[in-house]
Design a binder for this molecule. Structure first.
Ligand code: ATP
Ligand code: MG
Length: 146
């Protein structure tokens, strides 16, 4: 399905009130993607960004066009994720122990995100530093199918 990812992001972000900032710099955000799957992925990342940013949240979702890809970024200034935890958080039911936040969860959101990304050949990258914040980057091949 050919969609404008910027439009999808706007409709997802709308439900969060004013808590999320948008920097939709991709002038052409056309991509052939499963709208529902991408929306679910973004909601999981935004929910996490909010859950794991207990103080003065600055949560940003951004798009950029890079060659033949569309990059979608979700970043926060939250508690961050230690290097040695960064691979594990994509596992089913894994949650970082004593991550100082008392928020509840099953540890399933990111494993869903990773499954969807793999199934659609989206590249998923995490950059994070404890005490500074986290950034999840999804690179979607803008022209290829699904
Ligand atoms: P669920 O999404 O199933 O409700 P969850 O949020 O705990 O529960 P995941 O979304 O899979 O599960 O995330 C796994 C773990 O990774 C989290 O428990 C948390 O420790 C860590 N994590 C995820 N996103 C962030 C983030 N933006 N900042 C800091 N830690 C994070
Ligand atoms: Mg989650």
């Amino acid at each position: 399905e050919k969609i404008q990812v910027n439009d999808l992001i706007e409709s997802v972000v709308e439900r969060y009130g004013r808590k999320i900032c948008m920097e939709l710099d991709a002038e052409d955000s056309t991509a052939i993607v499963d709208r529902q799957h991408l929306a679910n992925v973004l909601r999981n990342l935004l929910d996490n960004a909010l859950k794991y940013t207990p103080e003065n949240p600055r949560i940003i979702i951004a798009t950029q066009r890079l060659n033949n890809t569309l990059v979608v970024n979700v970043r926060d200034n939250g508690i961050g994720i230690a290097e040695e935890e960064q691979k594990k958080i994509f596992d089913n039911f894994y949650r970082v122990p004593n991550n100082t936040s008392n928020v509840k969860g099953f540890g399933l959101g990111l494993s869903y995100v990773q499954q969807i990304a793999r199934a659609h050949h989206w590249n998923l990258e995490l950059t994070s530093q404890p005490g500074v914040g986290s950034e999840f980057k999804i690179t979607i091949p803008a022209k290829s199918a699904n």
